[in-house]
Ligand binder design. Structure first.
Ligand SMILES: Cc1cn([C@H]2C[C@H](O)[C@@H](COP(=O)(O)OP(=O)(O)O[C@H]3O[C@@H](C)C(=O)[C@@H](O)[C@H]3O)O2)c(=O)[nH]c1=O
Length: 181
């Protein structure tokens, strides 16, 4: 397992070590001990989520606030997504900055999105199955959010704007300046 830093503090790309032989391949998708050694972050995750989405779907930008804050370790099991993390920690040197990476089953990359970050992804393939671990439980009342097309964040979601498909909830989120995080 290799850890690559991103421009955002505490946010990492995780690249697995692949063992190939005549049968196919093997890799450790997650190893709590190695993850903690390499990142210095909490590797104890308590909830695993899966979502399936069609081309153009954009989920985000979401986080959980306060004592229900969640770090996420995210990957794509089928298709292709553009995954985005936004540093929403006001005391962070990278506050207000975003980072995006393509995740696919072929590149096998995972993104570690720390607590206090907003997270979202866009679907670039016909369908995509998205998988993520969370280090704190879902708590609906603690949801925070930023609208996907916020002018200050100016995120390039790699999708034509007229193809973007949002949930009812995600089409009415506050702006970055409104600070719902
Ligand atoms: C996130 C979540 C949702 N749900 C339920 C609530 C709702 O009825 C249904 C769909 O929820 P949402 O519309 O919020 O799902 P979705 O828009 O996919 O929300 C997710 O987006 C990505 C970007 C994230 O980062 C995640 O943390 C999460 O916020 O699933 C749970 O039961 N547990 C959960 O952990």
């Amino acid at each position: 397992m290799k850890i690559k830093p991103t421009p955002l503090q505490d946010c990492y790309i995780i690249e697995p070590t692949i063992f190939e032989d005549e049968r196919g391949y093997f890799y450790e998708k997650f190893n709590e001990q190695k993850f903690e050694e390499l990142t210095g972050m909490n590797g104890h995750f308590v909830q695993d989520n899966i979502s399936k989405s069609s081309y153009g779907v954009l989920r985000g930008i979401h986080l959980q606030k306060g004592e229900h804050a969640q770090a996420k370790l995210v990957s794509c099991l089928e298709g292709k997504v553009f995954d985005v993390a936004v540093d929403l920690r006001e005391d962070s040197p990278t506050f207000g900055q975003w980072f995006g990476v393509e995740l696919t089953p072929e590149n096998k990359l995972q993104l570690y999105v720390p607590r206090g970050f907003g997270h979202g992804f866009s679907v670039l393939s016909e369908t995509a199955i998205f998988s993520y671990k969370c280090d704190n439980f879902y708590h609906k009342e603690s949801e925070g959010s930023v609208i996907w097309n916020d002018k200050d964040l100016n995120i390039d979601w790699k999708l034509p704007a007229d193809k973007v498909l949002l949930s009812e909830k995600d089409s009415q989120l506050p702006t970055f300046a409104e600070k719902n995080f």
